[in-house]
Design a binder for this molecule. Structure first.
Ligand code: G6P
Length: 360
């Protein structure tokens, strides 16, 4: 049964374990009879007609949206803006001539996102909702729905919905590019299959993540997550996971930005998690690690096969450069899970948080 914990001590652990299966399921759910990745004809048409995509989301879904922007701009060449839903209402940017709105919401019920949907619909703009819940409010009210196929997510801290969002956004970008006759030099289905296996491999190393959580997060007051390019967005999500369930003050930063102020917070022993999965900025992020180490930080470098160096704490299996968020987030989810356990926190039901927030 989808909503039973089974033998797992927590829904969060169960849901993290489901991630390889979710990525595989998405790949199948979005293929046509010939086995090619595809989207609904009406959605393809909407994407083709838009001159700019506006992604609207909150929380973890916003973090997935930041990655979606990279995919859709880099693969499909469609300009994308990503906005926090609660800000959009009174801070609406100048819209392009033919905007298309994409709401990313696991629950499909987030009031902040819905108020934007109501507003832009009133302006007559086309809307798509990317959600895990068919029949949810935002799904019913938008013109089109894209489903996450992640199965019910019960733990308040989102894990499998995030990886599902990233995977579907990659498919959206890929199909949009093909629709426009752009050449795409990789086979996304194949790359998603490789990523699913890699997620499985990382899940199988969960004892290592427990050890890292023990060493770095058991007694600390704060923690930093840094990365560049796609790793930056994953750092934001990793920090959010740690904050949500272990109540450690954690912040994600672009590797190059840390020195412009925040580095003042680095003290003897401050944990700094650094992601190094991006070849083009590999040297730069390692430079940033040296900067914080020189100020006493305790670094935990998570790199990727092919970019690993001696002393890296964990090396992720190699995946396509654009799909690194699918795998880099897994150790961070696991580390936050174990940090919460070690600190006696209620993993599935953290204080002050709700699974879906239906007030603005
Ligand atoms: C709440 C949850 C978060 C979630 C956010 C957006 O704050 O606690 O985990 O990311 O809402 O939810 P949505 O359902 O719109 O993705």
């Amino acid at each position: 049964n989808d909503i039973e914990k089974g033998t797992y001590p927590h829904y969060m652990l169960k849901e993290m374990y489901e991630q390889p299966g979710v990525v595989r399921k998405i790949s199948q759910a979005y293929e046509d009879q010939k086995g090619e990745l595809t989207l609904d004809v009406a959605i393809c048409k909407a994407l083709n007609e838009a001159d700019r995509l506006y992604i609207i989301a909150a929380g973890t879904s916003y973090h997935a949206g930041l990655i979606g922007k990279q995919y859709i701009e880099k693969i499909a060449g469609i300009p994308v803006e990503v906005h926090i839903s609660s800000e959009f209402g009174y801070n609406m940017p100048l819209l392009s001539e033919k905007p298309l709105f994409l709401f990313i919401t696991q629950s499909g019920e987030t009031a902040d996102s819905r108020q934007v949907l109501v507003k832009v619909k009133a302006l007559g703009h086309p809307t798509i909702t990317l959600t895990n819940v068919a029949g949810s409010t935002l799904s019913r009210e938008a013109d089109y729905t894209l489903l996450l196929h992640a199965g019910p997510e019960i733990a308040v801290a989102s894990t499998k919905a995030y990886t599902a969002q990233v995977a579907v956004l990659a498919i959206v970008a890929y199909v949009a590019a093909k629709e426009q006759g752009k050449t795409v030099d990789f086979d996304l289905k194949n790359e998603l299959a490789i990523a699913a296996n890699a997620i499985q491999t990382i899940m199988d190393s969960k004892e290592e993540m427990e050890q890292i959580a023990h060493e770095f997060l058991e007694v600390t007051r704060n923690a930093f997550f840094i990365g560049r390019n796609l790793d930056f967005y994953v750092s934001l999500e990793g920090a959010l996971k740690v904050k949500e369930i272990s109540y450690i003050q954690a912040e994600g930063f672009a590797g190059g930005e840390l020195k412009h102020g925040t580095i003042a917070l680095i003290e003897e022993g401050t944990p700094v998690f650094a992601l190094a999965t991006q070849q083009a900025v590999s040297l730069n992020i390692r430079g940033n690690v040296k900067e914080v180490v020189a100020r006493g930080a305790n670094p935990c470098i998570i790199s990727m096969e092919g970019l690993a160096e001696v002393g890296d704490r964990f090396v992720l299996p190699k995946v396509h450069a654009l799909l690194t968020p699918l795998v880099a987030v897994i150790p961070l989810q696991l580390i936050s899970y174990y940090a919460a356990l070690h600190r006696d926190c209620d993993v599935d039901k953290p204080r002050n948080l709700a699974k879906s927030v239906t007030v603005e």
